[in-house]
Design a protein around this ligand. Structure first.
Ligand code: NDP
Length: 240
């Protein structure tokens, strides 16, 4: 699964799953471009030889400028991992317009912005691999997460349509749907919520960031030449 010479963009790589994905792909030899908003973590990435940018995925102009810079500096873009995402949980009765819009803008419109900009250089090269990070919640739903579930289900539909649109140019688009992964995002759950989820995981353990990173690595590596338009769960069997 050698990534030597591959130009790889990972969004939301300052923490959590995105950071683990970026570390793994860098370890496999990729020229890495990472985004996020935390300036300190971006500087840490720069010191490791990555191009690190504070591009906000909700802002189409910032995303377009980032992809332009990548193409100018590195001559193309081979792989994109759309990982940046947020939650803003509330029961629907109490959900404000802002709770709804922020989550849709980041998790769904952000994926649209990045994919729209990235497929241009990929179409030119007639090759590319995209992995969009959804969630099992986009498949099953969850009380208190109508905004998040809608955004993550949207990512699955979006990715299927895009996979069909660009398949003839050898661009593969897949979705990874993680279950419960230990990150800042899941730190906010109460002990009671965590033990309830644990009860439902057949493999009997929570997921680690590396569990997702290794799956993403395979999907974007030269080893994957024939899987596209799929949603692959990485959830210890939570959704079977
Ligand atoms: P974290 O909260 O740990 O990290 C989120 C990352 O996204 C950070 O690097 C953050 O950057 C970045 N980010 C957020 N908003 C933006 C934005 N507007 N523009 C650019 N970057 C942004 O989350 P996880 O690592 O847990 O989650 C990563 C992905 O996996 C998300 O899409 C999430 O929905 C999904 N997922 C996670 C699960 C889990 O159990 N943890 C389960 C299922 C799906 P910064 O901090 O610099 O702002």
């Amino acid at each position: 699964m050698n990534m030597l010479g591959k130009i790889v963009l990972v969004t939301g790589a300052t923490r959590g799953i995105g950071e683990a994905i970026a570390q793994r792909l860098k370890g496999a030899g990729a020229q890495l471009i990472v985004t996020g908003r935390d300036p300190e973590r971006l500087r840490a990435w720069e010191s490791q030889g990555a191009l690190a940018k504070a591009a906000d995925v909700t802002d189409a102009t910032q995303v377009d400028e980032l992809v332009e810079e990548i193409v100018t500096r590195f001559g193309g873009l081979d792989v994109v991992v759309n990982n940046a995402g947020i939650t803003q949980d509330r029961l629907l009765m109490r959900m404000g317009d802002d709770d709804w819009q922020k989550v849709i803008d980041t998790n769904l419109t952000g994926v649209f912005h990045v994919c729209r900009a990235a497929i241009r250089p990929m179409l030119k090269k007639r090759q590319g691999k995209i992995v969009n990070i959804s969630s099992v919640i986009g498949v099953t739903g969850n009380a208190g997460q109508t905004n998040y579930a809608a955004s993550k289900a949207g990512v699955i539909g979006f990715s299927k349509a895009l996979a069909k649109e660009v398949a003839s140019r050898n661009i593969l688009v897949n979705v990874v749907a993680p279950g419960y992964i230990e990150t800042d995002m899941t730190q906010v759950l109460t002990a009671e919520q965590k033990s309830e989820i644990m009860r439902l995981i057949p493999l009997g353990r929570t997921g680690q960031r590396e569990d997702v990173a290794s799956l993403v690595h395979f999907l974007v590596s030269p080893e994957n030449g024939y899987i596209t338009g799929q949603t692959i769960h990485c959830d210890g069997g939570l959704v079977i």
